[in-house]
Design a protein around this ligand. Sequence first.
Ligand SMILES: Nc1nc2c(c(=O)[nH]1)N[C@H]1C(S)=C(S)[C@@H](COP(=O)(O)O)O[C@H]1N2
Ligand SMILES: [Mo]
Length: 553
Amino acid sequence: MQGVSNFRTTFVRGLKGAAAGLLAGYTALAVAELVASLARPEAGPVTVVGGAAIDRTPAAVKDFAIRTFGENDKLVLQLGILATLGLLAVALGLLSLRYRRTGAAGVLLFGVIGAVAALTRPDTQGPVDALPSLVGALAGAAILYLLAGRIVSAAGPEPVAGPKPVAGPETTAGPETAAGPETVAAERQGRWSRRGFLAAASVTAVAATGLGALGRTLSGRRGQGAVASRAGLKLPAPASPAPALPAGVQLKAQGISSFTTPNKDFYRVDTALVVPKVDADTWRLRIHGKGVARPRTYTLQDLLERPLIERDITLTCVSNEVGGPYIGHARWLGVRLADLLRECGVKPPSKGGPADQLVARSVDGMALGSPVEDVMDGRDAILAVGMNGEPLPFDHGFPVRMLVPGLYGYVSACKWIKDLELTTFDAYDAYWVKRKWARKAPIKTQARIDTPKPFARPTAGSVVVAGVAWAQHRGIDRVEVRIDDGPWQDADLAPQAGIDTWRQWSYPWKAAAGGHTLTVRATDGTGAVQTEERARTVPDGASGWHSVFVTAG
Ligand SMILES: Nc1nc2c(c(=O)[nH]1)N[C@H]1C(S)=C(S)[C@@H](COP(=O)(O)O)O[C@H]1N2
Ligand SMILES: [Mo]
């Protein structure tokens, strides 16, 4: 009997220890959230640790995460961090049963780690960014210390610190022999401490939840200046409108992509755990660097007063697998980037300019590098303010982002841009280049089957096979479809909207009953046929033919 009740006492103590650890961790995060909402939402511990993790993620793992979790990759990362913190909090709670001070110190250590992560973020605003983690950890440590103190007494006679003097039921059942000051205090509290722990734990839980919720509300309010500036932004009419889309760019086939991707459905790929909310009224863009005869800083008003161009451009991510979803098409409105650069005295390398790399930096510390030659060779490289008739959504770079037709997003499409530096590829490696991706990355020719879907079971007979093909800045001249090992057959092409856009295709298939593999390949505007050679996304984009297996019946 004695053994069973001992076991139960120990077990209940352990549960309380774990609960104390979790509550301490929860309090630390809630307080940190509140402080971050007052200092800077981007400096919250989960955000900065997550950001540091993203920056240190090897290309292959990032690739895996995007492939496996898609656009939920950031959510999965944050949940992973929370789960890890939860386990560590339980461990610290158990530790604090024996070593109260050490347990509390452990919480502080995590605060220091969070603070270091905050201070080493590329977009850090200085010491203030350390506050959320530090203040949160102080609160967490205090809570753990206090709660652990209450558990001590609830456990009754169990020793608090140091090894038991003698092992055996008599000793544990009897009064504490190696009594330290904590135990004496605990004995004094003895009678009400069991309820004391539960009461203290409940108060902590409620208070922490309240503080965290307050923090969330305040964080939500902070972006309101930016939200108001976006709501108040009236986009001027373009001096050079986009040519009307030819009739028929959108095929009728069921299940084919929309030619123009609605903003809310446009894919999103970036490293931002908190979407930057930039106030358009205080936004500035600086252009400077090697060979910039007249460095300048522009306001949004400066840009909007220039003649704007409107263009249809299809954007693609280098992390898009063959057949993958990271491509979207929009009509963009903005200023011609080459004009702006010329105004600052920039010359492309072919005209004797000393800089061959244009590095675009964002408010969240991202740096993307594009070839100056491409930006200034006459293509519609644009600093966009509008997307499909409205100001850029925050997710897609409000107030201004860059786009260079023909180049993957990671070497051209800087969102939340704030700085353009002219430099050389020899002198500087941008963010993704430091992480094993190629310095230069023109978009590879690809075709995708949108319908039927993989493993679909269409009715035998007439089946429409349809999809999209792209080779931005070269255009698509031909798309062919192959059924099983049969001959390549020409698909019907929708009209081409422009060489910078994707193009839809369809193929009327007479499907015999049974399993079939459908394969597609495109030919670009230079006459080059899409390569069959399979390549993974790292370092410069996936290649190979897209195919789907379907069963007609
Ligand atoms: N500031 C910033 N800009 C960025 C990125 C980023 O991580 N941060 N990612 C780039 C990548 S890899 C791509 S593919 C495009 C995606 O743009 P979208 O999210 O609007 O589709 O943005 C580019 N611009
Ligand atoms: Mo990308």
